[in-house]
Design a protein around this ligand. Structure first.
Ligand code: FAD
Length: 496
């Protein structure tokens, strides 16, 4: 018989969270609702998310309902009904137009825009199956929403974590300590590393694990650098010039550049704005360390901005609304709303060590081609909170087995999304000759299959917070069963 919980004694570990990104703040919100003791430590002096748009698939919608933030989320976001992929083509004849699911046919280049529609992936079927649409929103608005539900005194800014120490005692108070750059230290029972792709917490625990000979070699390898990207969001735009902005739905256009390593995207977001991003694929023969140094800083961002101004963009509701270029959007985007980021990827094997556990980009960095990085950080937070809720005690052994349970539940899903983002990136933004060929081949012969795959990827996974009332399924597909909370079940049985 499974060991029973002492229901009189609710185990409430003190949780330290490093990083106020989507992963850290979502976990904080769940712990806040569960009445746990937690503190968030953020290195920045101000929470200033990237000026890019972000989309959330249906996967996290039920948990947002549980957290009481979904209605507000709908107000700050738009539904993404489709993704329209274009090819920049200066002249000649395109080889296909599969937007209506028909067989490929020769299509004239749209004279006004210089664009050829390659394919359209519609998401209506996915919405019907899951009961929730994909929603797109300006990142800062989502952070405002999360922060509005968290007490400010629990979020410490200007706290850059530089090291982590753990004591080896089974039941020691303050079993884990963070050391910050300002020479302050804080102790707790659990430390959650939600500090992103270059996590200082991960670095610290990997050092400890390597010293104990418990770190797999692949965890020491660098992240793979795929693209250098600039992102931004315009100020509100004139509807006469950009009629698509006033529509309730999001127009999401992607363009594959001609004879260049670039692909670029635009998304209409609330308040008549357009969010945009431009990727330059990294030449695999280049040394990533040299490239990271060269591409860093404002000056190199300005160089990249200047170099992409003439890129034509799909515009209007069909994407063929006349000659507009990235420069038109850049001119309407405040410079401090434009950032340069490196698009990297890596799935780490080691997700915890002792009393320390990783969530989000700190343990799985995905390419954003499928818009799943933050969704997965959110899902990590849900499952980790469920496992913390089911802790039997704050002993090192029990904490470690809760972290193992968390990884067991999350790793297969994160791995699936990691592989999926890699293969979708090849089709929609790959610019090597092989990837260009692969794109032509896929869209010419498997366009419908490509759309179907986009519409069925990880559809039935909608994890919920196990100790809050469950949200019933809304769509037509059966969902993956939730792993129930053992503590919650025992408490329910005790009341009968
Ligand atoms: C261009 C682009 C578009 C994207 N689009 C989407 C999308 O549409 N949908 C989607 O789901 N995902 C998207 N993603 C991915 C998504 O942004 C990330 O997966 C997500 O933000 C990861 O969240 P996180 O909390 O794990 O890490 P982060 O957002 O990186 O947050 C980490 C936090 O930790 C702080 N920190 C770092 N080091 C320290 C330290 N030493 N001490 C204290 N604090 C520290 C950082 O300042 C930061 O606030 C996109 C990514 C990019 C680059």
């Amino acid at each position: 018989m499974a060991p029973q919980f002492d229901l009189e004694q609710r185990i409430k570990p003190k949780v330290l969270i490093s990083g106020a990104g989507v992963g850290g703040l979502t976990l904080a919100l769940i712990l806040e609702q569960a009445g746990y003791e937690y503190e968030v430590f953020e290195r920045a002096s101000k929470i200033k998310p990237l000026g890019a748009a972000m989309s959330f698939s249906h996967n996290v919608a039920p948990a947002m309902i549980q957290l009481g933030i979904y209605d507000e989320f709908l107000q700050i976001s738009k539904t993404m009904e489709s993704m329209n992929l274009f090819q920049e083509r200066s002249q000649g004849t395109a080889t296909q137009d599969v937007s209506n699911g028909s067989q490929p046919q020769a299509t004239q280049v749209d004279a006004a825009s210089g664009m050829v529609p390659l394919t359209t992936v519609h998401f209506a079927q996915m919405t019907a199956m899951t009961g929730y649409p994909i929603r797109i929103f300006p990142r800062p608005k989502f952070f405002e929403l999360l922060l509005s539900r968290l007490p400010a005194h629990k979020i410490h800014l200007d706290k850059k974590i530089v090291d982590v120490t753990q004591n080896s005692q089974e039941d020691g108070v303050n079993g884990v300590t963070i050391h910050c750059a300002d020479e302050t230290t804080y102790g707790g029972d659990i430390l959650v590393g939600a500090d992103g792709a270059y996590s200082a917490v991960r670095r610290a625990i990997y050092k400890q694990a390597a010293a104990d000979d418990k770190l797999p070699a692949q965890d020491l390898e660098n992240l793979n650098l795929g693209y250098v990207t600039i992102v931004g969001t315009t100020d509100p735009l004139d509807q006469k010039v950009f009629p698509e902005v006033e529509d309730n739905a999001c127009f999401h256009f992607r363009t594959v550049g001609e004879n260049k390593p670039h692909t670029w995207s635009t998304f209409t977001v609330p308040d008549n704005r357009i969010a945009w991003s431009i990727n330059a694929q990294v030449d695999s023969s280049q040394d990533p360390t040299v490239l990271r140094t060269r591409e860093w800083g404002d000056e190199s961002t300005d160089v990249m901005i200047d170099g992409v101004r003439t890129f034509p963009i799909p515009a209007g509701r069909e994407g063929l609304g006349g000659k507009k270029s990235m420069g038109d959007l850049i001119d309407k985007t405040p410079r401090d709303n434009i950032s340069k980021v490196f698009l990297e990827e890596k799935l780490f094997e080691t997700w915890s060590y002792g009393r320390v556990v990783l969530v989000g980009d700190a343990c799985h960095k995905l390419l954003p081609a499928t818009g799943q990085g933050a969704v997965n950080a959110f899902e990590d937070a849900i499952i980790l909170a469920n496992c913390i809720y089911d802790l039997r005690s704050t002993s090192r052994t029990d904490v470690q087995s809760a972290f193992q349970e968390y990884r067991d539940q999350r790793y297969p899903h994160a791995k699936f999304q990691y592989q999926s983002s890699k293969s979708v990136a090849k089709v929609i933004q790959g610019q090597t000759w092989f990837e260009s060929l692969w794109r032509k081949f896929t869209l010419a012969f498997f366009s419908k299959r490509f759309e179907r795959e986009q519409n069925t990827r990880g559809l039935d996974y909608m994890p919920q917070i196990a100790f809050l009332p469950q949200v019933p399924a809304r769509g037509t597909i059966p969902l993956l069963p939730q792993v129930p909370s053992k503590r919650f079940l025992q408490a329910q049985a005790a009341t009968k």
